[in-house]
Write a protein that binds this ligand. Structure first.
Ligand code: OXT
Ligand code: ADP
Ligand code: MG
Length: 578
C-alpha cells in the first residue's frame, strides 16, 4: 500500500491509495508466488525492486530465454506456475521461446511482460519497444490476457494462474502495459479486488465406464506394457503409480523425464529393453505420455504389426485421444484420480502379467545391460562418452537426490541410457521439442526450487545456448555443477569444410576450448578433466562443497554420431553429393 494521499479525492478523511505495482505484488503473494525469474528494464525495473522489497525472491538472469526456462521447470517441479518477468518487445520475444516450449511440454508457467502504451502501439506510432505483444503471444501459449485497469489486476492474475495449471498445464502470457503500474486506486477497494485462486487444478475424476473398459482391455493382455511419461511425473501421484505397476506386474517403460518415477533399477523397468517391449507388447497403457515423435506416433517399424496392439491412454486432455492412432480405452482425468480408480477396480485378486512375457523382457534387458557394462569401464583418453558417463552414473547412484539436467545430442542420448535415475522428477531435459538452451535456466530453478544439488551434463554446443548464466549461478552461489562434454563441436569435432575453404566446417568449434575458465571468471570453480577418474573426483568435490563448478570434460572429437540417436530424422539429398 502507498502512503500517498489523493487530496482532491479525499472528501472528509484522507484516502489511502494503492497502485498497480503494489496490487500485482499483492496478487502474486496472495497466490503463493515466492520466486520470480526475469531480466529487469523498462517498464518493470521498479516492479522487480519492489517485489524483492516485499519478500518475493527475484532472480535476475542475463537473458530472458533462460529466465523463462527457469520459470517453466519451476512449474514442472512444483505444480505451481513458474513466473517469468520481462521487459517489452525484445525482452518479451526472448522469453517467448521458453513460453512456447513450456506449452509444448505441458509445464505451467506465466510470462509477465511489461508493454508499451496501447494507444501508440495500436496506431503504430513508433513507441519505445513498440509491439502488439498480446497478439503475438496468443498462438504460442495456452492463454493470453492483458490488464488495462488496476482494479482488474486481481482477476487478471487469477485467470493466468488457473489457465496455467488447470487441465493440461501450459504457458500463459500476461500483458501489463507500462501505464498500469502507476495507476492508483483506493487501497481498500484494491485489496478487495484481489482474488485468491481456490483449487486451481481441480481433480478430474474419470468416468467409471472408462475405467472398466480400460481394465477389461488390460485383463485381456498377454504381453502388457505401461509407458510412463513426464505427465505422470508431473502429477505427483508417485505412490499410486508405483502400486499400480507392482500390483499389475506389468513391465514399464519410462520416457526420458519419467525416469526415476520408479527407480530405473526396479525389476519391472523395461528401459533397457525398449525396442522389444514396443514391438512385442499386445496392450500398451500410456500414463501421461503422448504418442508423438518420441514414440514414433504409435506406428511403423518401432511397433508391432498394425492392428496387433491395443492402447489404453490416461490423460487429462480429451483431445489427446486418437491423436495418432486409435485408442481402445481412453481414460480422461487427472492421473492421480485415474490411477486410484484403476487400482480400486483391480480389487485384490488381479492376475499379474504373464511370467513368460515378463521373463522375455527381463532376458532382453539383462542382455542389453550386460552389453553396455564393459563400455562404462572405458578409461580411454581422450574420454569416450561411455567412459565419462560411467563415472557420472556412479555419482547419481550414490547421490540419488541430486537433480540431473541434460542436453546435447550424443551427450543427451547416451546419458539417458547410461545414467540410472532413482527418484521422481530428478531428470530434466530437452523434452518434447528436443530444444537446446534449457540447461542453465533449468539448473538455476532446480537448485532454487528444491535446494538439492544439481548436476548439469551438457554438450559443448548445448551449453553455449545458455552458458552466460554461469555468472547467475555464481552470483546466487547455487550448488550447480556443470559438466561440459567438450568434443569440439556439434555431434563431432572432426568435420571438414566440403569446399576446402578456410572457414571451419559448420558443426565445428574452437578446438580444445576451456569452458572451465568461464566459471573461474565469475569466482566459481573450474576444472579440466581428461580421465573418468578426474571427472568423478571433480564432480564429487563440487557436490560436497556445493560451490558453483564447471568441469570441462575432454571428449574424443571422433566419438559422437550425427544427431545422436535421431540421425534418421535428418533429410537426405537424393542428388549426388558435391
Ligand atoms: O532396445 P534397444 O536394443 O533398441 O536399445 C535401446 C534401449 O533398450 C537401450 N538401453 C539400455 N541398455 C543398457 N542399459 C541401460 N540402462 C539402457 N537403457 C536403454 O539403449 C537403446 C537406446 O535407448 P533409448 O535411448 O531409450 O531409445 P531410443 O531408441 O534412442 O529412443 C528414441 C527416442 C526418440 C525416444 C530417443 O532417442 C529420445 O528421447 N531422443 C531425444 C533426442 C533429442 O531430443 N535430441 C535433441 C535434439 S538433436 C538436434 O536437434 C540438435 N541441435 C539442433 C538445435 C536444437 N535442437 N535446438 C535449437 C534451439 N537449435 C538447434 C543442436 C544444435 S543437438 C544440437 C547440439 C549437439 O551438440 P552438443 O555438443 O551439444 O552434443 P554432442 O552430440 O555431444 O556433441
Ligand atoms: P513424454 O514426453 O514424457 O512422453 P508428454 O509431454 O508427451 O510426455 O505427455 C505428457 C502428457 O501428460 C500430456 O498429454 C498431458 O496432457 C498429460 N498430463 C499432464 N499432467 C497431467 C495430469 N495431472 N493428469 C493427467 N494427464 C496429465
Ligand atoms: Mg559436442
Amino acid at each position: 500500500m502507498l502512503n500517498t494521499v489523493a487530496k482532491d479525492e479525499a472528501p472528509a478523511a484522507e484516502q489511502e491509495l494503492t497502485d498497480g505495482f503494489h496490487l500485482i505484488i499483492d496478487a502474486l503473494k496472495l497466490n503463493g508466488v515466492e520466486t520470480i525469474y526475469g531480466v529487469p528494464g523498462i517498464p518493470i525495473t521498479d516492479f522487480g525492486r519492489m517485489a524483492q522489497g516485499a519478500g518475493i525472491r527475484v532472480i535476475s538472469f542475463r537473458h530472458e530465454q533462460n529466465a523463462g526456462n527457469a520459470a517453466a521447470i519451476a512449474g514442472y517441479l512444483t505444480k505451481k506456475p513458474g513466473i517469468c518477468l520481462t521487459v517489452s518487445a525484445p525482452g518479451f520475444l526472448n522469453g517467448l521461446t521458453a513460453l512456447a516450449n513450456a506449452t509444448t511440454n505441458c509445464f505451467p508457467m506465466i510470462l509477465i511482460s511489461g508493454s508499451s502504451e496501447r494507444e501508440i502501439v495500436d496506431l503504430q506510432q513508433g513507441d519505445y519497444e513498440e509491439m502488439d505483444q498480446l497478439a503475438i503471444a496468443k498462438p504460442l501459449c495456452k492463454a493470453a490476457f492483458r490488464v488495462l485497469h488496476a482494479a482488474d489486476i486481481g482477476i487478471g492474475v487469477a485467470r493466468a494462474i488457473r489457465a496455467a495449471v488447470s487441465g493440461r498445464p501450459g504457458g500463459v502470457y500476461l500483458d501489463l502495459p507500462a501505464k498500469l503500474f502507476s495507476q492508483t486506486m483506493e487501497a481498500n477497494a484494491g485489496a478487495k479486488s484481489l482474488v485468491k485462486v481456490i483449487d486451481a487444478a481441480p481433480a478430474q475424476i474419470p468416468a467409471p465406464d472408462a475405467v472398466k473398459r480400460a481394465l477389461d482391455v488390460l485383463k485381456s493382455a498377454k504381453r502388457p506394457l505401461i509407458i510412463l511419461g513426464k505427465g505422470a511425473a508431473y502429477a505427483q501421484a508417485d505412490d499410486a503409480i508405483r502400486t499400480l505397476i507392482e500390483k499389475s506386474g506389468i513391465p514399464f517403460l519410462p520416457m526420458s523425464m519419467a525416469k526415476g518415477l520408479l527407480p530405473d533399477t526396479h525389476p519391472q523397468c523395461a528401459g533397457a529393453a525398449r525396442s522389444t517391449v514396443l514391438k512385442e507388447s499386445d496392450v500398451v497403457m500410456l500414463i501421461g505420455a503422448r504418442l508423438n515423435w518420441l514414440l514414433s506416433h504409435g506406428k511403423g517399424k518401432s511397433w508391432g504389426k498394425p492392428g496387433s496392439q491395443k492402447f489404453i491412454q490416461i490423460d487429462i486432455e480429451p483431445k489427446e485421444m486418437d491423436s495418432n492412432i486409435e485408442i481402445a480405452a481412453p481414460v480422461v482425468g487427472d492421473i492421480g484420480s485415474c490411477v486410484s480408480a484403476l487400482l480400486a477396480g483391480m480389487g485384490d485378486n488381479w492376475t499379474p502379467a504373464p511370467a513368460d512375457w515378463t521373463g522375455a523382457v527381463k532376458t532382453k534387458k539383462d542382455e542389453n545391460i550386460a552389453k553396455m557394462a564393459p563400455k562404462l569401464m572405458s578409461n580411454a583418453v581422450p574420454m569416450d562418452y561411455h567412459g565419462a558417463l560411467g563415472a557420472l552414473r556412479t555419482i547419481i547412484r550414490e547421490r540419488p537426490d541430486a537433480i540431473l539436467v541434460n542436453e546435447g545430442a550424443n551427450t543427451l542420448d547416451l546419458a539417458r541410457g547410461v545414467i540410472d535415475m532413482y527418484q521422481p522428477r530428478k531428470r530434466l531435459d530437452v523434452g518434447t521439442w528436443g530444444v537446446m538452451g534449457i540447461g542453465m535456466g533449468f539448473a538455476v530453478a532446480a537448485a532454487i526450487e528444491t535446494g538439492k544439488p544439481v548436476l548439469a551434463v551438457e554438450g559443448d554446443s548445448a551449453f553455449g545456448f545458455s552458458g552466460m548464466e554461469v555468472e547467475t549461478i555464481c552470483r546466487y552461489n547455487l550448488p550447480v555443477c556443470v559438466v561440459v562434454f567438450n568434443n569440439n563441436g556439434i555431434y563431432r569435432g572432426t568435420d571438414v569444410n566440403p569446399s576446402g575453404g578456410t572457414d571451419v566446417a559448420t558443426t565445428v568449434f574452437v578446438r580444445d576450448a576451456r569452458y572451465d575458465k568461464m566459471m573461474e571468471a565469475f569466482g566459481g570453480v573450474g576444472v579440466n578433466a581428461t580421465t573418468p577418474d578426474e571427472l568423478k573426483r571433480a564432480v564429487n568435490a563440487a557436490m560436497d562443497s556445493g560451490k558453483p563448478t564447471l568441469i570441462n570434460a575432454v571428449i574424443d572429437p571422433t566419438a559422437g554420431s550425427e544427431s545422436g540417436r535421431i540421425g534418421n530424422l535428418n533429410p537426405q539429398s537424393v542428388l549426388k553429393k558435391k
